[in-house]
Ligand binder design. Structure first.
Ligand code: SAM
Length: 271
């Protein structure tokens, strides 16, 4: 894995942990919690072992353990795992959770050990999809469930955000050049969308489906989530949150569902 990705998520661990707290950042919490809810809806049973590959601050891990799964939470960023451990410390669920520091592209786990694998918001930070899909398939039992979530490249909200970020990046470079380096938007430049040294890919959902199926999976369902520009929260956070909440209704209208900024796909491993 890229060292810069691990370093970024180590630095961002505290902010990711807070991102799940509605009172701290309602807009981001809405997006993250909607993703967790969708994954839980797709993993309706609670039988057996599940791997959360790239578990971040462990919110999904805790929810899965609370529903009776034996959960393995794996992440490459030690600070993320520390947040995750802290989240469940002292709870009954903690006994059903195994934490692993590791790389989703080289899992180092046995073959066919999991009934389900979740990879939520991780693949976009990898250079390629081949190694991770091979590894996820290898550790999953035949007939097991794979759930992947990625940013949706077709979403008008994502397209709009990317366009605005390109302009903002250009303006920042221009300002630094004009002021001979005296002006540097340091805070903004630390944000993921601002950085050029990090991989942050968006996916065309039909392409993702085809690719995963080529790796020996069958698609079961695909859902979309989060219907609002992420940048809007910097302008008017409370309004952005309310509109994002209401926007979720679009996921139930087939003509608009694909506008969602996130794509959540469910597959089963073919024998
Ligand atoms: C956007 S966060 C998502 C976390 C979690 N899945 C969630 O939905 O809250 C991405 C996580 O993937 C982890 N990650 C990125 N590349 C990884 C890799 N190659 N192996 C393991 N974890 C990785 C990061 O450390 C980070 O915790």
């Amino acid at each position: 894995m890229q060292r810069t990705v691990q370093a970024y998520f180590d630095d961002a661990a505290e902010s990711y942990h807070q991102a799940y707290q509605t009172e701290q950042d309602p807009f981001r919490a809405h997006i993250f919690l909607t993703r967790v809810r969708l994954v839980l809806e797709l993993l309706r049973t609670s039988q057996g072992r599940v791997l959360d590959a790239g578990c971040g601050p462990g919110v999904l891990v805790a929810e899965l353990a609370a529903r009776g799964w034996d959960v393995w939470g794996l992440d490459a960023a030690p600070a993320m795992l520390a947040q995750a451990r802290q989240r469940v410390r002292g709870t009954v669920e903690a006994q059903r959770i195994h934490w692993l520091l590791g790389d989703v592209e080289h899992l180092g786990l046995g073959e066919q050990v999991f009934d389900a694998v979740v990879c939520a918001g991780v693949m976009e930070y990898l250079e390629t999809d081949e190694a991770v899909l091979r590894e996820l398939r290898r550790v999953l039992k035949a007939g097991g469930t794979l759930i992947i979530t990625v940013p949706n490249a077709c979403s008008p909200f994502n397209l709009c955000d990317r366009f605005l970020m390109t302009i903002a990046r250009g303006a920042a470079h221009m300002a630094a050049w004009v002021t001979k380096g005296r002006y540097r938007p340091r805070q903004a430049s630390e944000r993921l969308a601002f950085r050029r040294d990090l991989v942050d890919r968006h996916y065309l959902p039909p392409r993702l489906d085809q690719m995963v199926q080529r790796h020996g999976f069958q698609k079961i369902s695909g859902r979309y989530q989060s219907y609002f520009s992420s940048l809007s929260k910097y302008l008017w956070p409370s309004l952005a949150f309310r509109l994002a909440q209401k926007g979720e209704a679009l996921s139930r209208i087939p003509a608009f569902a694909w506008w969602g900024t996130g794509y959540v796909a469910q597959f089963v491993k073919c024998a």
